[in-house]
Each structure stands twice: as structure tokens, then as C-alpha cells.
Design a protein around this ligand. Sequence first.
Ligand SMILES: *Cc1c(COP(=O)(O)O)cnc(C)c1O
Length: 422
Amino acid sequence: MSTLHHGYFTAGLDADPELAAAIRGEESRQADGIELIASENIVSRLVLEAQGSVLTNKTVEGPAYARYYGGAEFADAIEALAIERARRLFGARFANVQPHSGSNANAGVFLGLLKLGDTVLSMNVAAGGHISHGHPATLTGRDYSIIRYGVNRETERLDLDEIRDLAREHAPRMIVAGGSAYFRAMDFAALRAIADEVGAYLMVDMAHFAGLVATGLYPDPVPHAHVVTTTTYKSLRGARGGLVLWNDPALSDRINYGIFPGVQGSVMLHAVAGKAACLGEALRPEFRAYNEAVLANARALAQALGAQNVRIVSGGTDMGLMLVDLTPRGLTGEIVAKALEHAGLAVNKNQIPFDPRPPEAPSGLRLSSNAGTTRGFGTAEFATIAGWIERVMQAPQDAATLAEVKDEVVALCRAFPIYPER
Ligand SMILES: *Cc1c(COP(=O)(O)O)cnc(C)c1O
């Protein structure tokens, strides 16, 4: 008797109806819903195929062209392609494309450049920082001494004086900029000057604005930071995973060893191929047009929402994302996010700076134009989305209203289809 069940090499998802039903369900959820969650986007068929390829069978360890295992000629070519494209896209001298995620990229950089117990100055999660920059619940939070900066209470923007004062007082070994709910332009030259003054590394995590950096639509951290990290599946619109960039050859071994063997083992080669694919797409002129549309759409959404008696934190955005304070409406992010989900609009609740409310029922929502722009929405569609959000905010508990909005959402989505039916 064969050791393989019937259809092992030939049957697809249909061989597992339970799993197939769930995946098909997710396909139609994505097709018929409006994705406004900041950490999501919609990849091309090319990226989907690269990530779903036979590369998942290949195990390699270590840098391209210096692998521990044999049979790596194509693996080496794929990783070299991803590295070359990352360097070209961002104008960086060096890149590591192996991190399995953004958090792993950050953990690898911490491990490579810091000693246990070193002091790190990073942004408070409550003010918009990311958990992987030293939150107490993470390894980075446990292994290093973390000092936090926030935003200015009036402007809700970074306060360089506060950061400089904290840097002088605590002499950190590394300063981290970038977060998950801070959407204004940052002055990377000024941050580097602060880092230099106290002898610290500057690390910039550009997960939410990498696409804008690649296309010249946001300040470029690469010339200023010692090291830049990012995810590849948010604004870069590609494979799941992370990426590290730097310019100083003296840092190369430490960063590369920090990633492997520091925090990871073998390479997820299928994801590296997906990164090569999305970086190739990002080098095309269409990606610049996409990012211009992301910004225009975010501004249209922020403007329309601002006219609806909610408050856009910091008065606007310099990215495809925004933080909305629902306090003027007497609503919480919890209630509105749930109601929007019933109406076919996916968003996430989020704390606002100095939020008097707890993380489980915060004052705000975080919205992104990234995925909607990918499926072809323009400023008119984003104004329509703002109108739906208004209707939902007026009657968040009213099932009939939510069902009505959902019907209209589905109709718009069908006019902007994503992957064709298979
Ligand atoms: C999303 C995000 C990450 C984490 O990425 P994972 O792939 O979920 O580990 C890290 N940093 C920032 C700023 C992010 O927005």
C-alpha cells in the first residue's frame, strides 16, 4: 500500500473540506468587506503565488551563498534578489530579509546591537509606540532597561525637547522611533543628532510608512538611522515578514547574527520569495501612484470624519492612517468597532494619547486607507465610507441600520472585486 493518501501530490484544498470552507469563508469576507485595519493590505496574485510555492519545502540556514545545507542554489538566488531589491528600493547599503515578522526584526536588532540590561529609549505604547520596542510583556522589555517618551499633550506630536532631555538624563544605548499609532512626519535628522549627542544608536521602525518612504512621500529615515526595520505586509503590500536595512558595514555581523542565530533558525524561503515579489512591485512606477492615492484617500477620509464631530488626533495625518477620537460623540472605540464590523467595515479600537479610558474600551479608532486603495477606491469612495461610519455612529446598536449599511458596503465591494473566483 502506498504511504501517501490518494491525491497527495495532486488534490488541492478540496481534499480537506473543513479547512477549505474556512479559507473560502475568509476569501469572501475579504472580498465583501471594507478593510480599514492599519496592519493589513491586499497582496497581488504574484505575491500570493510566491508565498504559496514549493519554496516551503526548502530548509536553509545562514546567509545566502554561505548556507549550512546544500541544494541551495535557487534559495540563494531568491534571497539575493530580495536583498538587492530592498537595497535599491530604499537606497540602503545592506539588507537582511530573513525576519519572520516585524517583531523578530526588532528583537534581532536589539540582540545584535545591545548588551543585556542596556538602556533603550522608545515610545510609550499608550502614546502610539509598538509593543516590540520594549513593552514589559515582551522579551525586549524583560532584557533591557526601557525608558519611555510620549507625545506633547497639546500638539499630540513628538516633543524633541522631551526626547533630548530623557536621552541626556538616561544615556540610552539605543533610541527607537516609529510606532503603531503615530502618524505624523518625524524629523529623523534631529533624532539622529540627539542619538549622537548621547552616544546612542538610532533605530527607526517604519512598518506603517515604508511604502511612503520607498516612493519619496514621507521623510526618509535610511540616511539618518543606524538601522531601519519594517514589516513587509502593511504599507509595502507584500509577504508576511520583516526586513532590516542599514548603511554601516561595521554593524553588519552584529545585525545578521542578531537575526540568525539570535532570534530565529532557518529561513522561511517562501516568505522571502514573497518579499522579493513585493519589493519588485514596489520598484515599479505604479507603486508611487498607489502611495499618492493612499495619502489622498486618507486625507479625504480624515476631512470627512472631522466634519462629523469626531476629532482626528493631532489634527490630521502624514500617512495612510489616522487615529480618531470618539469622545466628542460620547462613544467608545469598543462600541463603534463592533458596530462597524457588523456593517462590513473592519477597523480596530485604539487608545488615544493620554486616554482616560482603558485599552479594552478606549476612546479611539485607528483607520487606514491602505487596503481600500489597493482595491481601487478613490476619494469619492472614502467619502462614502465616512458617511457609513457616521450612520453607524448614530445608531451603533440598531441592527436594521447596520444591515442596511452592510448591503451598501457589499455592493461597493462587488464593484471593486479583488481576486477572481477560483
Ligand atoms: C506591525 C508592527 C510591528 C510588528 O510586526 P509583526 O509582524 O506583527 O511582528 C512592529 N513594529 C511596528 C511599528 C508595527 O506597526
